[in-house]
Ligand binder design. Structure first.
Ligand code: GDL
Length: 457
């Protein structure tokens, strides 16, 4: 195979992956998603919820006709909106790559999906054991060769003959960190790239599973190894790994000219469907605006559109309230501007003596009032699912604010000496209590990501 790119160009894929751990979205939610995607010019949806038993744990079991009928609804809705429906299966937990029965089980499953109108497929080999069975090693020699054989066979059987149909694969190491750790075995990516049919798309999440930045240089080096430009599986807004986080910020830190460096980009966003409005909207702007994309501007536009979902039974949300709300959740490595300003003020009050507070105290009271008014308006949302999505995490924000308010007042009254304050609403056991909190408090992390023992009395 020629050392230079042998990629056969297929369509540029953009859209949403339902690929997180946890409860899959409902049919109604998907239907809303497809309409939004169509109006924001995104073209592909991938069905691959990790905890749909049929996707991974019971990948060999065929769908019942009832289950298939349910899935068909999403397929039909996708088609009605002009969106490509990609069906993904993840057999990697326990597949025997050399077993004809296992290959046949995959064929039977894909056949079922074909019968309900699916033309596009994905095989996902992420988050699986990478030790090989002896029989597989004897037949294929490497993990990459074993997976390539299954993928190429299914691609030939189900996709190759259909014009415009696509076949996507997620490799076992799907980010640089995993590659550097040698996941999948020596030369895995180079071997997979060389042996997969050149029209097969390969997923990649960037330098890490959650990548703050995916640079052009990173992609160019990868393209040489994969023998094709990657399809980004973007976990920037995924939150299944931390129940306290929700991400409402814009897509950011991806190469300006997506189509030059990628075969596509798809986001695997928050488990909570309603939190994904701005992430999906901004993805649409990113892929359609090219160079002209601005994360800040797209965030602001996204909020303008999202605001119509924030109707309440009482007073309306102001734009500033919505901006602060979304800035608090924002992105994994950064807060939005409003939340950053708020944090700066709070830090001044906690870390400095009252004589050194300047205007920060006045601003803290302003922020507190805003947090309180958002709390009321959140409760009053007519869109209850939107309320339930944020309610628990917002509760924590509110609690922390009230505790800080008490602490700051106490510090002021006590002249700023190191203070021990009490709060009647924040009590041992019910506040920051429980096994998870205790486990989390044993180790602290420094800014370099190194852990050390927390100081306990
Ligand atoms: C992953 C999983 C994904 C999960 C995400 C965030 C890939 C390819 N796989 O590693 O299912 O939602 O992390 O936790 O990203």
């Amino acid at each position: 195979m020629n050392e230079e790119s042998t990629v056969e160009t297929g369509p540029f894929l953009s859209g949403v992956i339902e690929g997180f751990y946890g409860r899959p979205w409902t049919l109604e939610q998907r239907s809303v998603l497809f309409q939004r995607m169509a109006s924001w010019r995104l073209n592909t949806y991938l069905y691959g919820p990790k905890d749909d038993l049929h996707h991974r744990a019971s990948w060999r079991r065929l769908y019942s006709s009832e289950d298939l009928a349910v899935l068909r609804e999403s397929v039909v809705q996708c088609q009605a909106n002009g969106i490509r429906f990609v069906y993904a299966i993840g057999p990697g937990l326990d597949i025997t790559y050399s077993s004809e029965e296992d290959l046949e089980a995959l064929r039977q499953r894909l056949k079922q999906l074909r019968e309900i109108g699916v033309a596009d497929f994905a095989l996902l080999f992420d988050d699986i054991p990478d030790s090989m069975l002896e029989c597989d090693r004897a037949q294929f020699g490497s993990f990459a060769a074993a997976q390539a054989r299954i993928c190429n066979t299914l691609y030939a059987d189900f996709v190759q003959e259909i014009p415009e149909a696509v076949f996507l694969v997620c490799p076992t190491p799907y980010c640089s960190r995993m590659d550097q750790e040698g996941l999948g075995g020596e030369n895995y990516l180079d071997d997979l790239g060389a042996s997969l049919h050149p029209s097969i798309y390969l997923f990649w999440t960037g330098p890490g599973i959650i990548s703050r930045e995916i640079s052009e240089g990173h992609l160019a080096a990868l393209k040489r190894r994969l023998k094709r430009a990657p399809l980004i599986w973007d976990n920037y807004h995924a939150n299944d790994y931390d129940l306290r986080r929700l991400y409402t910020g814009p897509i950011d830190g991806r190469p300006a000219k997506a189509t030059e460096h990628l075969t596509g980009i798809m986001i695997n966003p928050n488990c909570e469907f309603e939190a994904n409005f701005v992430p999906v909207y901004t993805l649409g702007r990113y892929v359609n605006l090219g160079d002209a994309y601005s994360a800040n501007q797209a965030f602001a536009e996204g909020l303008t559109l999202w605001q119509s979902e924030f109707e309440t039974v009482g007073e309306a949300w102001s734009r500033d309230e919505l901006t602060l709300f979304a800035s608090i959740y924002y992105l994994p490595f950064s807060m939005g501007d409003s939340a950053s300003s708020m944090m700066e003020d709070i830090k001044v009050l906690i870390q400095r003596e009252p004589t050194d507070w300047g205007d920060a105290e006045g601003r803290f009271h302003f922020w507190r009032a805003r947090i309180q008014s958002i709390s009321v308006k959140l409760t009053e949302l007519k869109h209850r699912e939107l309320f339930y999505t944020f309610n628990r995490q917002w509760w924590e924000i509110r609690e922390e604010f009230e505790l800080l308010a008490r602490f700051i007042e106490h510090k002021k009254v006590n002249g700023g000496r190191t203070v021990l304050a009490r709060s009647p609403e924040h009590l041992c056991g019910t506040y920051r209590g429980g096994t998870i909190h205790q486990l989390q408090s044993l180790l602290s992390m420094n800014e370099d990501g190194q852990f050390f023992e927390s100081n306990h009395e």
